[in-house]
Design a protein around this ligand. Structure first.
Ligand code: GRF
Length: 196
């Protein structure tokens, strides 16, 4: 199963995926490339350190949206890797509908809340400020609606009296680093059964 990871940030989820992959935990998954809209994103360095092709895709830094021109380039580059699975791991751009349609059912995202609560940006802080006692992270299918696709897996994180926003963030990220590789391993297993 060919897998391409997209991200814009520090790449801790990508690193967790690559570690799991190194430990043969992801079945027959091949991590083909890591792509980022940010030229100096740490996620590209993570890819480098694991010897995975790391590519910056030029996109307007002032918009959350991807133009049709940018989308065409993104599609062409991703297609070079014939992906069966596209993993959004902290990718901060909103994918255009026609792009999502081209890879229907093949794009997953990790979000730092228990969806459908706290969709969108700053989810951890909004949940914490709201006083939730249980939060967590969700891996879901990507559809044209933001953070709205079918939920694949979730991990709960308890918020204690003694927790701060920082400690909750750490706990959620630690949970993400287990959940996302686990989901990829499961998808890869299902993929193998279908293609056998
Ligand atoms: C994660 O918390 C993820 O849930 C959100 O963006 C963050 C990415 O972190 N979508 P990293 O770049 O994987 O460290």
């Amino acid at each position: 199963m060919n897998c391409v990871i997209l991200g814009s940030g520090k790449g801790s989820n990508a690193e967790a995926i690559l570690k799991a992959w190194n430990q043969q935990f992801l079945g027959n998954t091949k991590i083909k490339a890591i792509l980022s809209d940010k030229p100096d994103a740490q996620i590209l360095k993570v890819a480098d350190s694991f010897g995975i092709p790391a590519r910056h895709i030029n996109m307007d830094q002032d918009s959350a949206y991807i133009s049709s021109e940018e989308s065409k380039t993104l599609f062409e580059i991703i297609n070079e890797y014939s992906p069966n699975l596209i993993v959004l791991a902290g990718f901060m751009k909103i994918l255009p509908v026609n792009f999502i349609d081209k890879f229907k059912g093949q794009i997953i995202n990790i979000h730092p809340s228990l969806l459908p609560s706290f969709k969108g940006l700053n989810a951890i802080k909004r949940a914490f400020d709201h006083g939730v006692k249980i939060t967590g992270c969700t891996v879901h299918m990507v559809t044209e609606k933001i953070d709205d696709g079918k939920i694949i897996a979730q991990a709960p994180v308890r918020v204690m009296e003694t927790d701060s926003l920082e400690s909750v963030t750490q706990k959620i990220q630690a949970a993400e680093h287990v959940l996302l590789p686990t989901v990829i391993a499961k998808i890869s297993q299902e993929y193998s059964h279908h293609t056998e």
